[in-house]
Design a protein around this ligand. Structure first.
Ligand SMILES: Cc1cc2nc3c(=O)[nH]c(=O)nc-3n(C[C@H](O)[C@H](O)[C@H](O)COP(=O)(O)OP(=O)(O)OC[C@H]3O[C@@H](n4cnc5c(N)ncnc54)[C@H](O)[C@@H]3O)c2cc1C
Length: 287
């Protein structure tokens, strides 16, 4: 069992209340005071603001939601911190997030991927032998899809989606409906979760271009949201963030850039946009 399966099966722990507090404690900013408008109060926007502010620039972060943190979101309504977005520091060796955790004295815990249990649809725990069968089936199909990838590259054929290659491979197999459902469970937890896209949206040639990280995977004992909270506090950014500001358009002039939200028009010398790009906008959409 690896992290990806674990991701599918685990509840994660966190603390969000402080982040929510931070997002509400806002004061108004006059646009004339601002050098750089940053769109998005996720970790990218907040980190950028931190760097710019340290260099003496006046920043304004515009965030569409009523909270900061973006895809880092710790919920505490169950009475225990629960990460609804990012949870893990993947590979703590030389990882800048781990360095921040240490700097802010945030407790992190090593993830033991063997300490989990998969359950079947009927609620019965999967046995070790069943898990091995499931893993072997996934590995075999995975390898054959990678062979299709290599052959297409060698033959200089056009790229296709992961799903298309899988469909080609499955046409040669005779899996039962249960086996297929188990296989898709593995594909979902191993690949779709990891790359935040359906197999039909993943390029067969470029789906796995991320760099490897080293070291153990850790989670935050009290939630990833603490990182956001500490970044904001450490750089005194609270009054530089406006929430509930949905940016609608950006217009570049000779000297100023105007950013229009659902509520106001802001101007500054520069704008930095830190939004998520949905997979279907990365390039061509596969079928
Ligand atoms: C379920 C899940 C699990 C994850 N697990 C992990 C993990 O374990 N480890 C890990 O390292 N990473 C994980 N990630 C990825 C990680 O959360 C993201 O890479 C990271 O948080 C992205 O930060 P960001 O600032 O680039 O983008 P975002 O956090 O998406 O920030 C963008 C911000 O822009 C705002 N915005 C969007 N449109 C507008 C607009 N028009 N006007 C104003 N504001 C706007 C959004 O509301 C958002 O707050 C996970 C992500 C998800 C969703």
């Amino acid at each position: 069992m690896n992290r990806r399966n674990f991701l599918k099966l685990s509840l994660q722990v966190i603390a969000m209340s402080a982040v929510a507090r931070t997002s509400q404690a806002l004061t108004s900013l006059t646009p004339a005071n601002v050098d750089v408008i940053i769109v998005g109060a996720g970790i990218a926007g907040i980190s950028a603001a931190r760097v710019l502010k340290a260099k003496g620039y006046r920043v304004l972060i515009l965030e569409a939601r009523n909270r900061i943190g973006g895809r880092i979101w710790t919920d505490n309504t169950l009475g225990t911190p629960l990460d609804l977005g990012a949870s893990w520091i993947h590979g703590i060796t030389n990882n800048p997030i781990k360095q921040l955790a240490d700097q802010f004295k945030l407790k992190t815990l090593k993830t033991d991927y063997k300490a989990n249990q998969i359950y079947k649809n009927d609620g019965a725990p999967i046995t070790n032998a069943e898990e091995e069968t499931l893993t072997n089936r996934f590995n075999a199909v995975y390898e054959r899809v990678m062979e299709i990838q290599q052959k297409r590259l060698d033959d200089e054929l056009v790229d296709i989606s992961w799903q298309q290659a899988l469909t080609e491979e499955l046409a040669k197999e005779n899996f039962s409906s249960i086996e297929l459902s188990e296989l898709y469970f593995s594909l979902n937890t191993e690949i779709e979760h990891e790359y935040n896209a359906d197999l039909s949206e993943l390029s067969l040639f470029n789906w796995d271009s991320s760099k490897n990280v080293n070291g153990e995977d850790h989670i935050f004992a009290n939630g990833y949201g603490q990182v956001i909270e500490n970044l904001v506090m450490d750089s005194k950014l609270t009054s530089d963030i406006l929430t509930n500001q949905v940016v609608k358009s950006v217009n570049y002039g000779q000297k100023v850039v105007k950013v229009t939200t659902n509520k106001n028009v802001f101007s500054a010398s520069a704008v930095l946009i830190t939004l998520e790009t949905p997979p279907r906008m990365w390039g061509r959409q596969y079928v």
